[in-house]
Design a protein around this ligand. Structure first.
Ligand SMILES: [Zn+2]
Length: 315
């Protein structure tokens, strides 16, 4: 005790999620840092800043929660709200691919100081791959934001004491030509009291509740800017928070942007429309459908899109 140490030096400094353990505390956690990945997703969407910030937080959250999935697992976060941001969807496909998008009301979102989320629902869906059950937990959306909703989810669905901080923000850097550029970044830390799980590796502590309280209080001393600061490595941030107890970090898991949209998937959606509805979608001889996540546009002729579509009177 009292020996601050961080072992296993990490090779990558951005776009990863990493598991850590606080020595002698029965506390496990994960830290996520998204640089180019967050920037890629959020710049491409071009949402107003407050909408981008929520979407970036959702990216950090799915990376924190999804990192424990099996090799072909999928974790999806879906928020529906009656606020300026009406929907946020983010997902994490194991072993480390994320994407996110949002829908919003431009006029409401542009009001200075407006809360982006109103009342609604917060759902997490976990799909562990072929032959495994799909699990979905839904809790009310907390007006305080996504973090509060995740914590509420853990209290109600998993009953593992959890603390979490996430942030998404822009940083301005100067490139080689001296020009200033603005980048989106996202980051976060999650800690969990694994003592409730029992089993291997759980230590018998004199004051287990006190250890957990201290771990969560220390986490909440992490400032939002520290979670996204490109100059502050994940290791140094963990060291700052938990050096008195010692932190053991595990190898980082790289995170990348990726979309799973494909022409067949778009076609299968279009084929749920009838022929007349499809005809209304034809512009310049084609039906164009754009992926909300990656902005890829797929074009089909009416015959392709309507190959199996019934006409309205057949239904
Ligand atoms: Zn896509």
């Amino acid at each position: 005790m009292g020996v601050g140490r961080v072992s296993a030096p990490q090779k990558i400094t951005d776009d990863f999620v990493q598991t850590f353990q606080i020595e002698g505390m029965n506390v496990r956690g994960r830290i996520v840092r998204l640089g180019a990945v967050a920037d890629r997703v959020l710049q491409a969407h071009g949402y107003p800043d407050p909408v981008s910030a929520i979407t970036g937080e959702a990216l950090a959250i799915v990376a924190l929660l999804g990192a424990s999935l099996k090799f072909d697992g999928l974790l999806t976060l879906q928020v529906r709200s009656d606020g300026p941001v009406s929907m946020v969807v983010a997902d994490f496909a194991a072993p480390g691919t994320v994407r996110a998008c949002a829908t919003y009301d431009l006029h409401k979102a542009a009001k200075p100081g407006a809360a982006m989320l109103g009342e609604g629902s917060f759902a997490l869906t976990i799909d562990q791959g072929a032959d495994m059950d799909r699990y979905q937990g839904i809790v009310p959306l907390e007006a305080a934001g996504l973090t509060e909703s995740v914590l509420n989810y853990f209290t109600q669905s998993e009953q593992i004491p959890t603390a979490m901080r996430v942030a998404a923000a822009t940083v301005v850097t100067r490139d080689e030509q001296g020009r200033l550029t603005r980048h989106w970044r996202a980051g976060g830390i999650l800690v969990q009291n694994i003592a409730v799980l029992g089993g291997q590796g759980v230590q018998h502590l004199e004051n287990p509740d006190e250890a957990w309280t201290r771990a969560s209080i220390l986490l909440n001393t992490a400032e939002a800017h520290e979670l996204v600061d490109p100059q502050l490595t994940a290791e140094r941030l963990l060291y700052r928070l938990y050096h008195e107890d010692g932190v053991r970090v595990f190898p980082p898991l790289p995170v990348q942007f990726g979309c799973r949209c494909a022409p067949e998937r778009v076609l299968s959606v279009l084929q749920t429309y009838d022929r007349e509805e499809l005809s209304d979608l034809v512009v310049d001889g084609a039906i164009a459908a754009t992926c909300e996540f990656c902005s890829a546009t797929y074009r089909f002729t009416l015959d392709e899109a309507g190959a199996q579509a019934p006409s309205a009177d057949e239904r």
